[in-house]
Design a protein around this ligand. Structure first.
Ligand code: HEC
Length: 156
Protein backbone atom coordinates (compact mmCIF):
# COMPACT_ATOMS: atom_id res chain seq x y z
CA UNK A 1 0.00 0.00 0.00
CA UNK A 2 1.61 3.23 -1.07
CA UNK A 3 2.10 5.89 1.51
CA UNK A 4 -0.43 8.65 1.31
CA UNK A 5 0.97 11.85 0.05
CA UNK A 6 1.04 14.48 2.78
CA UNK A 7 -2.10 16.57 2.80
CA UNK A 8 -1.23 20.00 4.21
CA UNK A 9 -4.88 20.97 4.60
CA UNK A 10 -5.69 17.87 6.67
CA UNK A 11 -2.55 18.30 8.75
CA UNK A 12 -3.45 21.90 9.46
CA UNK A 13 -6.97 20.93 10.52
CA UNK A 14 -5.66 18.17 12.81
CA UNK A 15 -3.28 20.59 14.44
CA UNK A 16 -6.10 23.05 14.99
CA UNK A 17 -8.19 20.38 16.74
CA UNK A 18 -5.27 19.37 18.89
CA UNK A 19 -4.64 22.97 19.85
CA UNK A 20 -8.27 23.43 20.92
CA UNK A 21 -8.30 20.12 22.77
CA UNK A 22 -5.19 21.10 24.65
CA UNK A 23 -6.59 24.52 25.46
CA UNK A 24 -9.82 23.03 26.83
CA UNK A 25 -7.85 20.59 28.95
CA UNK A 26 -5.68 23.38 30.38
CA UNK A 27 -8.78 25.42 31.20
CA UNK A 28 -10.38 22.49 33.00
CA UNK A 29 -7.22 21.73 34.93
CA UNK A 30 -7.13 25.36 36.05
CA UNK A 31 -10.82 25.60 36.89
CA UNK A 32 -10.91 22.50 39.05
CA UNK A 33 -8.73 23.82 41.91
CA UNK A 34 -10.52 27.17 41.76
CA UNK A 35 -13.79 25.31 42.17
CA UNK A 36 -12.28 23.33 45.02
CA UNK A 37 -11.27 26.55 46.76
CA UNK A 38 -14.58 28.35 46.38
CA UNK A 39 -17.05 25.52 46.90
CA UNK A 40 -16.28 24.85 50.62
CA UNK A 41 -16.30 28.62 51.17
CA UNK A 42 -19.77 28.98 49.78
CA UNK A 43 -20.89 26.09 51.97
CA UNK A 44 -19.34 27.75 55.04
CA UNK A 45 -21.04 31.00 54.05
CA UNK A 46 -24.38 29.24 53.82
CA UNK A 47 -23.85 27.76 57.26
CA UNK A 48 -22.93 31.17 58.70
CA UNK A 49 -26.05 32.72 57.17
CA UNK A 50 -28.20 29.95 58.61
CA UNK A 51 -26.58 30.33 62.04
CA UNK A 52 -27.10 34.09 61.96
CA UNK A 53 -30.76 33.69 61.11
CA UNK A 54 -31.19 31.16 63.95
CA UNK A 55 -29.58 33.62 66.36
CA UNK A 56 -31.83 36.45 65.14
CA UNK A 57 -34.91 34.27 65.50
CA UNK A 58 -33.79 33.24 69.00
CA UNK A 59 -33.27 36.87 69.95
CA UNK A 60 -36.84 37.73 69.11
CA UNK A 61 -38.18 34.83 71.17
CA UNK A 62 -35.84 35.66 74.05
CA UNK A 63 -36.95 39.29 74.14
CA UNK A 64 -40.58 38.28 74.36
CA UNK A 65 -40.27 35.42 76.85
CA UNK A 66 -37.09 35.74 78.86
CA UNK A 67 -35.72 39.27 78.99
CA UNK A 68 -38.10 40.38 81.75
CA UNK A 69 -36.29 38.11 84.23
CA UNK A 70 -32.89 37.57 82.64
CA UNK A 71 -32.32 41.07 81.23
CA UNK A 72 -32.36 42.27 77.63
CA UNK A 73 -28.63 41.64 77.27
CA UNK A 74 -28.66 38.65 79.61
CA UNK A 75 -27.32 40.74 82.49
CA UNK A 76 -29.76 39.07 84.87
CA UNK A 77 -32.45 40.30 87.22
CA UNK A 78 -34.94 38.09 89.00
CA UNK A 79 -33.26 35.29 87.03
CA UNK A 80 -29.56 34.45 86.68
CA UNK A 81 -27.27 36.40 84.35
CA UNK A 82 -27.15 34.29 81.21
CA UNK A 83 -24.51 36.40 79.45
CA UNK A 84 -21.94 35.46 82.08
CA UNK A 85 -18.72 33.88 80.80
CA UNK A 86 -18.89 31.44 83.69
CA UNK A 87 -22.46 30.38 82.99
CA UNK A 88 -21.88 29.96 79.25
CA UNK A 89 -18.66 28.03 79.81
CA UNK A 90 -20.34 25.73 82.32
CA UNK A 91 -23.30 24.65 80.21
CA UNK A 92 -23.53 22.65 77.00
CA UNK A 93 -26.17 23.61 74.44
CA UNK A 94 -28.05 20.40 75.23
CA UNK A 95 -28.17 21.30 78.92
CA UNK A 96 -29.42 24.80 78.21
CA UNK A 97 -32.04 23.43 75.81
CA UNK A 98 -33.38 20.97 78.33
CA UNK A 99 -33.34 23.47 81.18
CA UNK A 100 -35.42 25.89 79.12
CA UNK A 101 -37.70 23.05 78.07
CA UNK A 102 -38.29 21.64 81.53
CA UNK A 103 -37.78 24.72 83.72
CA UNK A 104 -36.67 24.65 87.34
CA UNK A 105 -39.50 23.26 89.46
CA UNK A 106 -40.27 25.30 92.52
CA UNK A 107 -38.74 28.46 91.03
CA UNK A 108 -39.95 31.25 88.78
CA UNK A 109 -38.24 29.49 85.89
CA UNK A 110 -41.16 27.74 84.26
CA UNK A 111 -41.13 25.04 81.60
CA UNK A 112 -41.13 26.47 78.08
CA UNK A 113 -41.50 23.44 75.84
CA UNK A 114 -44.86 22.41 74.45
CA UNK A 115 -44.24 18.94 75.92
CA UNK A 116 -44.17 20.47 79.40
CA UNK A 117 -47.09 22.80 78.90
CA UNK A 118 -45.02 25.74 77.71
CA UNK A 119 -45.45 27.86 74.57
CA UNK A 120 -42.30 26.96 72.58
CA UNK A 121 -41.33 24.28 70.08
CA UNK A 122 -37.98 22.57 70.45
CA UNK A 123 -36.78 24.48 67.35
CA UNK A 124 -37.62 27.76 69.06
CA UNK A 125 -35.79 26.66 72.20
CA UNK A 126 -32.74 25.73 70.15
CA UNK A 127 -32.88 29.16 68.52
CA UNK A 128 -32.84 30.80 71.96
CA UNK A 129 -29.82 28.72 72.95
CA UNK A 130 -28.04 29.77 69.75
CA UNK A 131 -28.83 33.38 70.69
CA UNK A 132 -27.39 32.91 74.22
CA UNK A 133 -24.35 31.14 72.76
CA UNK A 134 -23.68 34.11 70.47
CA UNK A 135 -23.07 36.21 73.60
CA UNK A 136 -20.17 33.99 74.57
CA UNK A 137 -17.61 35.67 72.33
CA UNK A 138 -17.49 38.79 74.48
CA UNK A 139 -19.31 37.63 77.56
CA UNK A 140 -18.55 39.60 80.74
CA UNK A 141 -16.61 37.99 83.57
CA UNK A 142 -19.36 37.37 86.14
CA UNK A 143 -18.74 34.44 88.49
CA UNK A 144 -21.71 35.42 90.64
CA UNK A 145 -24.12 34.99 87.70
CA UNK A 146 -26.66 33.04 89.75
CA UNK A 147 -27.20 36.08 91.94
CA UNK A 148 -27.09 39.14 89.70
CA UNK A 149 -29.01 41.31 92.18
CA UNK A 150 -26.83 40.28 95.10
CA UNK A 151 -29.85 39.02 97.04
CA UNK A 152 -28.19 35.82 98.21
CA UNK A 153 -24.95 37.48 99.23
CA UNK A 154 -23.98 36.57 102.74
CA UNK A 155 -26.53 33.79 102.97
CA UNK A 156 -23.82 31.25 102.03
C1 HEC B 1 -40.41 34.89 85.58
C2 HEC B 1 -38.99 34.99 85.50
C3 HEC B 1 -38.28 34.16 84.46
C4 HEC B 1 -38.54 34.06 83.12
C5 HEC B 1 -39.62 34.76 82.33
C6 HEC B 1 -37.54 33.16 82.59
N1 HEC B 1 -36.70 32.74 83.57
FE1 HEC B 1 -35.09 31.55 83.34
N2 HEC B 1 -34.80 31.55 85.32
C7 HEC B 1 -35.49 32.28 86.24
C8 HEC B 1 -35.02 31.98 87.57
C9 HEC B 1 -35.51 32.59 88.87
C10 HEC B 1 -34.01 31.02 87.41
C11 HEC B 1 -33.19 30.33 88.54
C12 HEC B 1 -33.89 29.06 88.89
C13 HEC B 1 -33.21 28.34 90.03
O1 HEC B 1 -32.21 27.66 89.74
O2 HEC B 1 -33.67 28.48 91.14
C14 HEC B 1 -33.88 30.79 86.00
C15 HEC B 1 -32.97 29.93 85.43
C16 HEC B 1 -32.70 29.85 84.10
C17 HEC B 1 -31.61 29.12 83.51
C18 HEC B 1 -30.65 28.22 84.26
C19 HEC B 1 -29.43 28.86 84.78
C20 HEC B 1 -28.72 27.80 85.57
O3 HEC B 1 -28.93 27.77 86.78
O4 HEC B 1 -28.00 27.00 84.98
C21 HEC B 1 -31.69 29.30 82.17
C22 HEC B 1 -30.75 28.74 81.13
C23 HEC B 1 -32.83 30.14 81.93
N3 HEC B 1 -33.42 30.45 83.11
C24 HEC B 1 -33.22 30.53 80.67
C25 HEC B 1 -34.44 31.16 80.44
C26 HEC B 1 -34.97 31.39 79.13
C27 HEC B 1 -34.27 31.04 77.85
C28 HEC B 1 -36.17 31.99 79.28
C29 HEC B 1 -37.16 32.36 78.22
C30 HEC B 1 -37.62 31.31 77.38
C31 HEC B 1 -36.38 32.17 80.71
N4 HEC B 1 -35.30 31.64 81.36
C32 HEC B 1 -37.46 32.81 81.25
C33 HEC B 1 -36.51 33.17 85.96
C34 HEC B 1 -37.10 33.33 84.72
Amino acid sequence: MPERPPDPALEHETNEWMKWGLLIMVVMVLIFPIYRIYEPNSRADARAVQEASLVAQGGGIYNLNCSSCHGVTGEGGIGPALNSQQFLASALDEQINSLIAVGVPGSQMSAYSLDFGGPLTSEQIEAITAFLRAWEEDAPDFPNWRDPLGLLEGTG
